[in-house]
Unconditional design. Structure first.
Length: 358
């Protein structure tokens, strides 16, 4: 009988392209992966790896077995999820990732809530950029990911992932207090032509989105300062080095000398959590999603009356919970249309399956 751990090692090499990368993904040493593959070769009587320049590549036999391994591992995950659902216990390990702003603003509260309610659940937290998170959830390296999706530049979500919206995060333009537009309640993005801009580093989601958004408004970005942390961007605005567009979740506190002004068209990023659909029955997945929703709702309530963050619903509140307990997906009138995903299945709001009673 084929050993599951050896199949997992082979599948990881097939997915990541090398023994070293597979070892990193499995959090073991390269020699441990090589040993598993050597044992699998003895079990099958087939050569699985062959030299290819400085590296190795899978043989045809290994490719065939790796394909079967992927399907077997998916079935095992489904079986484990169903068994956990049958027992109804929130136990085991759960790996969660979030983009930096959410890792700072949402995850600590959610982890505290999980630890208080489910002490036998062990959480492993990672900070990742959204695209990497989606890849790692799809490949089974992560169980859950908190990601962002700008409405005017959506990110494709692969088939096989489910999601629940946490909230919509509005961004405002941040100006020095003495700027001629700083006291306006709202401005058009096109009015900022000729301004100097503060952005994230080239190649990051924030930088690429800002350039795309400004050019869509016929504003050629003159980026003079690059900083990946929003507090640094706020400090640079306060120092008169330019203006920035910063989501409200990213504005934990305001330095002296800056003003946040609403801008049209209004930039909004949807913040949501994704997981593999096959794992939806796991009580640990349910518990983590519930914790994230609770922390998100608390965050909205605390900032509903102004300050560094305020919801944008018509009555000063966010839309009510939908029938599945997820935040309702409706958007305020006049906002940019919902994203059309360029590839994969359009992301949908997910309803957890009914729990199996013991």
């Amino acid at each position: 009988m084929l050993d599951l751990n050896r199949l997992k090692a082979l599948h990881a090499v097939a997915v990541y392209g090398s023994v070293g990368a597979a070892a990193d993904a499995l959090m073991v040493t390269p020699s441990a992966v090589s040993q598993q593959l050597a044992k699998l070769e003895r079990e099958t009587g087939a050569t699985l790896l062959e030299r290819n320049g400085r590296g190795v590549r899978l043989t045809d036999a290994a490719g065939l077995l790796a394909d079967h391994a992927g399907r077997i591992l998916a079935l095992v995950e489904t079986a484990e999820a169903d068994f956990e659902a049958l027992r109804g216990e929130v136990v085991g390990r759960l790996s969660i990732a979030a983009f930096p702003t959410a890792a700072r603003g949402l995850l600590p509260g959610a982890l505290l809530r999980l630890r208080e309610r489910h002490p036998d659940l062990r959480i492993q937290l990672h900070e990742r950029e959204p695209e990497r998170q989606v890849r790692e959830v799809t490949r089974g390296e992560l169980d859950l990911a908190v990601i962002q999706d700008w409405m005017n530049r959506p990110m494709a979500i692969p088939d096989g992932l489910s999601r629940v919206t946490l909230f919509d995060d509005v961004a405002d333009v941040i100006l020095p207090a003495g700027h001629p537009l700083a006291e306006r309640p709202e401005i058009e993005l096109s009015e900022l032509a000729g301004e100097r801009w503060i952005s994230g580093s080239p190649g990051t989601v924030c930088h690429d989105w800002l350039v795309y958004t400004l050019r869509a408004a016929e504003v050629e970005p003159d980026i003079t300062c690059m900083a990946d942390e929003y507090p640094t961007q706020l400090a640079l605005v306060a120092a008169g080095q330019g203006c920035a567009i910063i989501p409200r979740l990213g504005r934990v506190s305001f330095p002296e000398g800056v003003r946040a002004v609403a801008v049209r068209p209004r930039p909004i990023r949807r913040i949501y959590v994704v997981w593999r659909a096959d794992a939806a029955r796991r009580p640990a997945i349910r518990a983590a999603v519930d914790a994230l929703k609770a922390v998100s709702a608390g965050f909205q309530a605390r900032h509903a009356s102004g300050g560094t963050y305020s919801p944008d619903g018509p009555d000063g509140t966010y839309p009510p919970d939908g029938p599945d307990g997820a935040l309702a997906p409706e958007r305020a009138a006049g906002e940019v249309p919902p994203p059309r995903h360029a590839a994969g299945t359009p992301a949908r709001e997910s309803v957890f399956p009914a729990a199996t009673s013991r």
